[in-house]
Design a binder for this molecule. Structure first.
Ligand code: PMP
Length: 355
């Protein structure tokens, strides 16, 4: 606390990201990064862009990247907004669309940055409990709101919602923005981008951090009706005209155009995820059906915090989230086959020793 802080800053409860330890010999399964990294074509594009032109500002509207993203979905660049990670895109969307006096709605168990943005922008919110199976029930969102935010697949559960349910929400709330955060969509859920041309109240947010293995480059984007995109641009141009630097624009565009790399990496992650889920089941874990690059698992009789601590002693880090409905669960990022096998060996050892 400092006397120099504004009352708003004093009131904030900031998001706490998963740790990024300096030790290189750790098996890092705590922040849902890709074990495979960026497309070699993206790395080459970044190298090419690292030249004397860095003295010039980048394209403030990232047109080349937006065109590449729009082309894939049969839309125009006016339907696409890009930002410094999807966290920034989400922040701008919260500020642009969710201040209508009524509470913003999102599930009680979801990405814990959402309430943080509400704190930053002074937005009232209400959480809607997931059902006993930790699934979203769209009927429960039928109450007055300023907007609805759903991660699909949800995080940290990994459970995906079908497009039918998303359409139900979009039709039930035509005067409110329904934001679908598709950070993990490429690992097995159906994208709502195909609904954008029919629903002017739909905003879909995606990222290069997970399936494209570029969390370090910080690029995210939103797809929606041009009026929504214009709202985001108004916020962006009142905040930072150049959210994406030259290297990020070049790297992200090349990455987006390399669909083959994306498919190869996603297929490997999905195969490892299925192996990991069934092996965890055999060790006595209850594992939710994941459509993401992580699994959410709880041991039938062992405490999650002590399991996470015992894994850490063996140089493996996973995410344990405190909270009434999450504290008995571990969120484990799907790494390589070798990393997941090390994790399973460590868990067998921990469970056998009872430590
Ligand atoms: N949405 C969800 C559901 C996430 O888990 C994350 C990653 N922490 C993000 C958005 C943000 O990802 P990024 O800012 O790296 O695009």
């Amino acid at each position: 606390m400092s006397r120099f802080w504004s009352p708003l800053v004093q009131s904030l409860t900031p998001y706490v990201p998963g740790e990024q330890p300096k030790l290189s010999n750790l098996i890092k399964l705590n922040t849902n990064e890709s074990p495979y990294g960026p497309s070699p074509k993206a790395l080459e594009a970044i190298r090419q862009a690292a030249d004397d032109t860095l003295r010039l500002y980048p394209d403030p509207v990232s047109l080349g990247l937006r065109q590449a993203i729009a082309k894939r979905s049969g839309l125009t660049p006016d339907h696409v907004f890009v930002g410094n990670g999807s966290d920034e895109v989400l922040a701008h969307a919260f500020q642009a669309f969710f201040n209508h006096g009524e509470p913003l709605l999102f599930p009680d168990v979801t990405y814990s940055f959402y309430p943080v943005y509400c704190g930053l922008y002074g937005l009232p919110f209400e959480t809607v409990p997931l059902d006993e199976g930790l699934r979203v029930r769209v009927e429960d969102f039928n109450r007055p709101n300023s907007g609805i935010v759903l991660a699909n697949p949800n995080a940290p559960t990994g459970i995906a919602l079908g497009l039918g349910d998303i359409e139900t929400l979009l039709s039930a709330h035509p005067d409110r923005v329904v934001l679908i955060d598709e950070a993990y969509v490429d690992f097995g859920a159906e994208s709502a981008v195909s609904l954008v041309s029919r629903y002017p109240n739909l905003l879909v947010v995606q990222t290069f951090s997970k399936s494209r293995g570029m969390a370090g480059l910080r690029v995210g984007f939103a797809i929606g009706d041009p009026a929504l995109i214009e709202g985001l641009v108004r916020v962006k141009d009142s905040f930072n005209s150049y959210p994406l630097d030259r290297l990020a624009q070049a790297g992200a565009q090349a990455a987006y155009e390399d669909e083959e790399w994306l498919t190869t990496c996603v297929n490997k992650v999905v195969a490892t995820r299925d192996m990991l889920s069934s092996a965890l089941g055999a060790l006595g874990f209850d594992v939710l059906p994941s459509c993401a690059n992580f699994v959410y698992a709880r041991h039938i009789d062992r405490d999650a915090a002590s399991l996470a601590a015992a894994l850490r002693e063996r140089a493996i880090i996973v995410r344990h989230l405190k909270g009434p409905r999450t504290s008995s669960w571990l969120r484990i990022t799907v790494g390589t086959d070798a990393q997941c096998t090390s994790l399973l060996d460590a868990l067998k050892d921990i469970l056998r020793r009872n430590d």
